[in-house]
Design a protein around this ligand. Structure first.
Ligand SMILES: [Zn+2]
Length: 300
């Protein structure tokens, strides 16, 4: 069994090609770079010999290319996703697609899977783990012999994790899904975006768990930050500055001065000009003192 990563460009997800007895494609990108994707697939396997396209979750950056890739496969090839993802894929609506100036076409899903099912990919059986939090229909796929995990947008390398602020997202569910995944023994991590890890991926997942746990702790106990720095009730909120990253532009940092801090119930920080999901925050400063800092952030 071989796992080949076709790295996503722009908004595209990574696309995995798993070859062996059952040739499989996992995720499809937006479809906006499909020519290149198909050319890359052809370098490794004849598309007519691909048995199935498996989808990790319903978001357009993973599903937009389904129809375009499927065109090159044999008629008998199947589309597979979690039943909750299938509902959205078959509906075919996506605000994300509209934002990118295109449409998400509705696509029938042939096989609807759930927790505990197994999918034959390559030469092995991969276990389906239902891991909601980034979206309602998110799954991870685990192969025990090679200790490989396809993690969708639940967990990324270097301690990063998926957004929970999009429709269908839920911070608490994401935290629980990550906690669950962290109990697996994983050597190879194949996430929905950015770097893959081949060898000792447990370290990366452990870091992700630490980051999520910390953020959850602050989200549910916001006064902890404040008390730690001898916060006074009459502190001037206008002197708080929040540094955060912007969606789609990981290096585009912006300083915003805020009037309020953490709105616990909604896990967002309200500022003068924006609402910032807490997982995007890198630093919180009061005057020149850093009262919160996180080295690794997430942007997917
Ligand atoms: Zn994604």
């Amino acid at each position: 069994m071989k796992v080949k990563c076709i790295y996503g460009i722009d908004y595209d997800s990574n696309i995995y090609l798993i070859t062996g007895e059952k040739n499989s494609v996992v995720d499809t990108g937006t479809g906006l770079h499909n020519k290149r994707v198909v050319e890359e697939i052809e370098e490794y396997v004849n598309p007519k010999k691909i048995d199935q396209i498996v989808i990790t979750h319903e978001h357009f950056d993973h599903t937009g290319g389904i129809k375009k890739i499927k065109k090159h496969l044999s008629e008998n090839s199947k589309i597979i996703s979690h039943k909750k993802a299938a509902f959205k894929i078959e509906k075919g609506e996506s605000n994300f697609a509209k934002m990118l100036g295109t449409e998400m076409e509705s696509v029938p899903v042939d096989i609807k899977i759930d927790e505990g099912d197994e999918i034959d990919m390559g030469n092995e059986k991969w276990l389906v783990l239902y891991t909601p939090g980034h979206s309602e229909g998110s799954i991870c796929l685990y192969e025990e012999k090679s200790k490989s995990l396809i993690s969708g947008d639940t967990i990324f390398a270097y301690g990063s994790f998926g957004r929970y602020d999009l429709p269908g997202g839920n911070a608490n569910l994401l935290r629980k899904s990550i906690e669950r995944i962290s109990k697996l023994d994983v050597d190879n991590l194949y996430p929905g975006h950015e770097s893959i890890v081949e060898g000792d991926a447990n370290k990366h997942i452990k870091k992700t768990l630490q980051n999520t746990s910390y953020i959850w702790y602050i989200m549910t106990n916001p006064r902890i930050i404040l008390n730690k720095f001898k916060w006074k009730e009459n502190t001037d909120f206008k002197e708080i500055k929040v540094e955060y990253t912007h969606r789609g532009a990981p290096n585009d940092k912006k300083m915003i001065s805020g009037e309020e801090i953490i709105d616990v119930g909604r896990s967002f920080m309200k500022t003068n000009s924006a609402e910032i999901p807490f997982h995007r925050v890198i630093k919180i400063k009061y005057r020149d003192e850093i009262i919160f800092e996180r080295k690794k952030h997430t942007w997917i």
